[in-house]
Design a protein around this ligand. Structure first.
Ligand code: URA
Length: 192
């Protein structure tokens, strides 16, 4: 079975089995989306309203900004894989709760195991703190983090501010764009 089919099987399984309580209040699951052969996986927080309506991650304003940043380094969203730690929209876009992150964790880890990317990029502190609980995004953004986790295919991680947080904050936006532009150098450094 190829990676694409494996991913489809994974999403079909978790769409029926995921125990996340947000299933009751959201319209549908929002699994990851993009290339099954991607070398980079981007991990966000949780779907918002547009994502909940369309069943695809990062299709609203933050997604448009993400697509712009991808194109600034000559990447297209179809060439990478984009997902979230939580697969269902929290009511009123509140922060996801620890139990919601836990309920969706195996789904995310399944995506990462199948794709086996060279680099995992965190979009915001929620995604980063899921793997690096003591790091502060204000310190870790724009830096390569290296850590081996049992059962995880990659040990290279890169943290960014969340595109939604940076949308309306000029200086955070500039920092995010500058950090994003360093991704090709990071890939070079890790031998991609
Ligand atoms: N913000 C996220 O973290 N994920 C999405 O899918 C959309 C907005």
């Amino acid at each position: 079975m190829g990676k694409r089919e494996e991913l489809e099987k994974l999403h079909a399984k978790w769409k029926t089995e995921c125990a996340c309580e947000l299933r009751a209040t959201s319209l549908q699951a929002v699994p990851g989306d993009g290339s099954a052969e991607a070398e980079i996986v981007f991990i966000g927080e949780a779907p918002g309203q547009k994502e909940d309506e369309q069943g695809r991650p990062f299709v609203g304003a933050a997604g448009k900004f993400l697509a712009e940043m991808l194109s600034s380094i000559n990447l297209k969203r179809e060439g990478v894989y984009i997902t979230n730690i939580v697969k269902y929209r929290p009511p009123n876009n509140r922060d996801p709760l620890p139990e919601e992150k836990n309920a969706c964790r195996e789904w995310l880890l399944g995506e990462l195991r199948i794709i086996s990317p060279k680099l995992i990029v965190f979009l915001g502190r929620h995604a980063m703190n899921d793997f690096f609980p003591t790091e502060k995004i204000s310190n870790a953004h724009g830096k390569l983090l290296i850590k081996a986790f049992a059962g995880m295919p990659t040990k290279y991680f890169y943290a960014l501010y969340h595109p939604a947080a940076a949308l309306y904050d000029g200086s955070m936006r500039e920092t995010l764009m500058a950090d994003f532009k360093k991704i090709p150098k990071v890939l070079e450094k890790i031998g991609v």
